[in-house]
Design a binder for this molecule. Structure first.
Ligand code: ACO
Length: 424
């Protein structure tokens, strides 16, 4: 009969060990018993970018990178994008089930009634230079929120924790829009409780002198779908940062600031901004082959291509391409779209990209849509951080309730000097 174990022979000593296999995984601590002598520390595994190490057990998001599958709590992303709303998906991710009508009403009320930020926060935001990158301002401001809600430190009090979850999901769009308006010198536009989550965000971004801002329903829905696609993505860089910081029992505002900082990098949530800058640099369809050549020579990366887990295609990129058509029907096409389509066409036929399984990821087209909707390039990573907040919160709560979790503290392989004498 097959046994759910792994037998390891240590060729250094000739000893054999039998290690349990659970959920297709061995426990790294089971390796520690493998020693060459009594004073040997024991075997460790080396995995610098966590490419094959599970850091947690999770029930939130499932990805099969080879098949191009993404599901939140079991629901395929395609169905959620077609039939759900961002706020409903945020509820699902956090609570594990889709809400009943009354639950959804209460949830929507809570989020809608926590969108205002303390007036003092505005002063904090006013303190940065007019040309501050809105992502830097978002990171700083969300971290500063912890000073306004000291009770957020009570992370094991479920009621207080829910309050911070509501506040964070509700206030991120407000801070994001205020960061934008600060950068363009426009007066802040306050939340409008009559509007949907994304409708209100568009209001806070783009309202000028009209008494009541009316979001375009196509753009409002397109943004909502983009938010659904960005809500969670299991243990990516920023979520690992959220869990890592949260594991020291820091308050959620500090942890979200750290997660957002991880998201900011061009290899993660900053890629959508980098894609647009790349398309602008290429500037015309005729220059695409020369740019592909530079990519293949290792001089530059094709931003918006490749993914650590998707080695077939990114299912979010497919949905985004459909949204692009709907948005462009309202806004007119984005001139860089032609360059993007040509890049994709050449890359998908080219041996370099095919052999490395490099396909467009979620960020390849999202920036082009955001730009057509009127968002400046600087705002793109911010537009990622807003919906990802629900994922960060869900993963954080799951971690706090997981008895297996402790403060995150990896090991190292020390290759430095042995002990040596101090010489004055
Ligand atoms: N352009 C050109 N070559 C690439 C690219 C790219 N975008 N991505 C990977 N490669 C090549 C690498 O050079 C490497 O080639 P080699 O085997 O000849 O050395 C091979 O493909 C494997 O790449 P790795 O860097 O090992 O893949 P990894 O899983 O570490 O990186 C990542 C994944 C960071 C997403 C990478 O593909 C990349 O930098 N892409 C561009 C940035 C981007 O779009 N990031 C957004 C990701 S989606 C998200 O975070 C929401």
């Amino acid at each position: 009969m097959n046994k759910e174990t792994l037998t390891i022979t240590d060729n250094r000593t000739g000893k054999q060990y039998e290690i349990p296999v659970e959920d297709g995984t061995i426990r790294a601590m089971d390796l520690r018993q493998i020693k060459t002598s009594d004073d040997d520390f024991g075997l460790m595994s080396y995995d610098p970018a966590f490419t094959n190490t599970a850091s947690c057990k999770s029930r939130i998001t499932f990805i099969d990178g080879d098949k191009g599958i993404l599901r939140y709590r079991g629901y395929p992303i395609e169905q959620l994008a077609e039939r759900s709303t961002y706020l409903e998906v945020a509820y699902l991710i956090l609570h594990g089930e889709l809400p009943a009508a009354a639950e959804f009403e209460e949830w929507t009320w809570e989020i809608t009634h926590h969108t205002l930020i303390h007036e003092q926060i505005k002063k904090f935001m006013d303190g940065v230079r007019y040309d501050a990158h809105p992502m830097g301002l978002l990171i700083g401001t969300v971290g500063a929120l912890s000073t306004f809600y000291p009770e957020a430190k009570n992370i094991f009090d479920a009621e207080k924790r829910s309050k911070q979850v509501h506040r964070l999901i509700a206030k991120m769009p407000t801070i994001a829009a205020f960061a934008y308006r600060h950068s363009v010198g426009m007066p802040y536009a306050y939340p409008d409780n009559d509007l949907s989550y994304t409708g209100n965000f568009l209001n806070m971004m783009f309202k000028t002198t009209e008494v009541k801002y009316k979001p375009d329903p196509v753009l409002e829905r397109a943004l909502d779908v983009l938010f659904i696609l960005h809500a969670d993505h299991e243990q990516n860089c920023s979520t690992s940062a959220m869990r890592g910081i949260g594991s020291s029992q820091a308050d959620p505002y500090s942890a979200v600031a750290g997660a957002a900082a991880a998201l900011y990098g061009p290899l993660h949530g900053g890629a959508n901004e980098a894609v647009l800058r790349m398309l602008n640099e290429i500037s015309s369809k005729a220059n695409v082959p020369a740019y592909i050549k530079r990519v293949k020579e290792g001089e530059v990366r094709l931003m918006g291509f490749g993914h650590r887990v998707y080695k077939n295609y990114d299912p979010r990129a497919r949905i985004i391409k459909q949204i692009a058509d709907q948005v462009f029907a309202v806004t007119g096409s984005n001139p860089v779209l032609e360059i993007a389509l040509e890049l994709e066409r050449i890359a998908l036929e080219d041996e370099y990209f095919v052999s490395r399984k490099l396909y467009p990821n979620v960020d390849f087209y999202s920036g082009i849509i955001y730009q057509a909707m009127g968002f400046p390039v600087d705002m793109f990573p911010v537009l990622f951080a807003i919906p990802r907040t629900s994922g960060w919160m869900a993963q954080w709560v799951e971690m706090l309730n997981d008895p297996d979790q402790k403060i995150a503290r990896p090991r190292q392989i020390y290759l430095g000097y042995e002990e040596r004498e101090y010489k004055p």
